[in-house]
Design a protein around this ligand. Sequence first.
Ligand SMILES: *[C@@H]1O[C@H](CO)[C@@H](O)[C@H](O)[C@H]1NC(C)=O
Ligand SMILES: *[C@@H]1O[C@H](CO)[C@@H](O)[C@H](O)[C@H]1NC(C)=O
Length: 397
Amino acid sequence: MRCPKCLLCLSALLTLLGLKVYIEWVSEPHLTKAYPGARSTPPDPTPASFEPTLPANLSARLGQTGPLPSAYWNQQQWRLGTLPSGDSVEAGGCRAWGTAASSEIPDFTSYPEDLRSFLLSAACRSFPPWLPAGGGGQVASCSATGVPYLLLAVKSEPGRFAQRQAVRETWGHAAPDTRLLFLLGSPVGRGGPHLGSLVAWESHRYNDLLLWDFFDVPFNQTLKDLLLLDWLGHHCPDVTFVLHVQDDAFVHTLALLEHLRGLPPTWARGLYLGEVFTHAKPLRKPGGPFYVPGSFFEGSYPAYASTGGYVIAGRLAPWLLQAAARVAPFPFDDVYTGLCFRALGLVPRAHPGFRTAWPADRPLQACALRDLLLVRPLSPQDSIRLWKHLQNPQLRC
Ligand SMILES: *[C@@H]1O[C@H](CO)[C@@H](O)[C@H](O)[C@H]1NC(C)=O
Ligand SMILES: *[C@@H]1O[C@H](CO)[C@@H](O)[C@H](O)[C@H]1NC(C)=O
């Protein structure tokens, strides 16, 4: 090699490029998920069913009415009684479901790696809490802190310290009757840096981290929903509403509370409220984001609320857990929640104030928030700036 410096330069460039690709890959779950054909629905004033029910045969509710379908998910749903539970030893327990999937799906080996890992462990859903060494950092149950009207359950990832701190300093502490909790997987990443001691410190300092011992990767986000529902049953059964939200959202907490307090009581009892997508279809481009192979799922997605932020009635928690035990695993958390609601016979309600992509025609200013309840994505800096504007008593829109 005639130019050793060039080689050095080249390898430095490649490293930077690699880093960029890694950062983009890591931030992928924060993309807005609008699958093709998805239409954002206008608010629907027609009351559908208000009370959850769970029929013995879910097939008709989930649209599996024809002859035995060929895609694996649809077949499973057609046959499924209940999923094996995490600790059941009979027939290999929860891992057996994944092993069967890997041998029964003809082109399983051509599936993307994350989808394969998801399927192998998809029926394993009971994970212990991740507790910091040295004890402490436990999250108090609602009976000890007062039952909140609205629980703010923020999906975060161990490394996103700045996003969590921005939420704590802004909309996360804005109102009485609310309680803030962050949902995280294990800070001991797969191949990533070991964030255990930093997260342990944070957990002791704020007591607002619910941590579980599973890998915090995009296809494991449904675990946070299910483990939170389980936690609610044990520690906060009387909460009125739960906001499921991402850590890069900005919530107009007071406006949201006002909206919830004004809902007709019948609506409120079966609430699933957010930015609703209907008629969305799976993406079929191999290697693209949110790719779903045709041999895995056929048909359209159910109507679902964007994972960016949606509110559910707290009393539905045990119902959703029962539904989840009988709805076949699906890799995307928002679609899966939509499927569970559909299994219960409940429909999502759209509100135009939920914007899970910042409206392009509005500058990032407090007045742009006047009729919004929740927007994303915002950087921690932008959230703090917006929050300060909102606090200004001279603010007139
Ligand atoms: C469940 O319902 C579907 C559609 O209505 C029907 O085709 C199927 O035979 C039913 N399965 C059982 C076990 O009753
Ligand atoms: C989700 O976490 C579990 C437990 O850590 C792990 O076995 C599984 O592979 C993870 N899922 C994915 C898609 O990586």
